[in-house]
Ligand binder design. Structure first.
Ligand SMILES: [Zn+2]
Length: 342
């Protein structure tokens, strides 16, 4: 149940979203995103609204193909330059606004997006959870979602169960899946919820607009693991990706966006050049000589891009803007005691 405070906060964020729709485009006339890099992350793509209604996957803000095309058209219209991580090692022209697209997990349905990327000649990075690809198994959060929904569980309870499982390492989650849903639950229901297979992944790698990145072997939330285990998760995934594509990935996206100093240290030591988080902020264009870059990303929304893009272009979500406004009006205890009387 939502508390009154949560309800008020939600309403304020909703208001920011509504007002932002009208106000932010005006602000963007003066602040146009130049020399900034805006990165979005996607999960799955639906062929159509009717495919979405089948509930074969946890929606995770997945877009329909027509919403994806609208997204691309919007940023082309606003003169954004679509780039890939490797482009940052060159000196990119200044006074331009840049955008990068990333897809997490390795769903087969991402091939729908690839057709559009090819058509528009736009690059994107695909972060692959390698165990699902090797075994052709459904992702565990989709299993929880589709089976519990079939049982008639409310969405709130499904989210609670998923959140609970995110606190554990993969052997516990594996065991939980078997106990609660049976071994058969691993079998995908259709092309909507299945991962890419190895030959499809190889084909994607050969596409000049696609870059393949590491998303760990077991979709492990790395903050639950020791440094040695983090190293193993990333290394096994790299080994699998190398065997399939013949390249060593330079980029990693942390599952669920979770990372800490240990995660960053191990990632850097393994030779990765780019790490992708889910911190909702813009990126300043990194210097070409930066050896290890940690990127912020915004999650796409399953609504018209015009309704949320301008706030993201300014570097905010309704939630993060509300949080910044609160900080501005309500000084924290720390700042109150900054100058103690001595
Ligand atoms: Zn993921």
């Amino acid at each position: 149940m939502q508390t009154l405070k949560e309800k008020v906060e939600r309403s304020i964020q909703f208001l920011i979203e509504k007002v932002g729709y009208w106000v932010t485009p005006l602000i963007l006339n003066f602040k146009d995103g130049k020399n900034k890099l805006l990165i979005f992350y996607f999960h799955g793509i639906y062929e159509s609204e009717s495919q979405k209604k089948l509930n074969h996957v946890d929606p995770q803000n997945n877009l329909t193909l027509s919403q994806f095309i609208e997204f691309i058209d919007y940023f082309l219209h606003h003169k954004y330059h679509f780039i890939k991580p490797q482009d940052l090692s060159e000196n990119l022209p200044e006074d331009q606004a840049y955008i990068m697209l990333t897809f997490d997990d390795g769903y087969f349905n991402n091939t729908l997006a690839i057709e559009i990327l090819n058509k528009y000649k736009i690059p994107a990075t695909f972060f692959i959870t390698t165990k699902n690809v090797l075994e052709n198994t459904s992702y565990w959060w989709d299993i929880v979602y589709k089976y519990r929904l079939k049982e008639g569980k409310p969405l709130e309870k499904i989210r609670e169960e998923q959140l609970y499982l995110k606190g554990f390492k993969y052997p516990f989650i594996d065991n939980y899946m078997n106990q609660n849903f049976g071994c058969k639950s691993r079998e995908p229901w259709s092309d909507i919820d299945r991962p890419l297979n190895t030959s499809e992944l190889k084909k994607i790698f050969q596409n000049p607009f696609a870059t393949i990145g590491n998303h760990t072997h077991n979709h492990s939330i790395l903050t639950n693991y020791t440094a040695q285990e983090v190293k193993e998760e990333l290394s096994v995934s790299n080994k699998v990706l190398f065997e399939i594509t013949g390249i060593k990935p330079l980029a990693v996206a942390f599952p669920n966006g979770n990372f800490n100093t240990q995660t960053l240290d191990v990632t850097r030591d393994l030779g990765f050049q780019f790490a992708f988080t889910t911190i909702n902020k813009l990126n300043s264009l990194p210097h070409a000589s930066s050896r290890f870059i940690c990127f912020n990303r915004f999650m796409i929304q399953p609504i018209s891009i015009k309704k949320y893009a301008s706030l993201n272009r300014l570097g905010y979500t309704p939630k993060s803007l509300y949080s910044d406004i609160k900080k501005g009006f309500m000084p924290s205890k720390k700042t109150q005691f900054l100058n103690p009387a001595k």
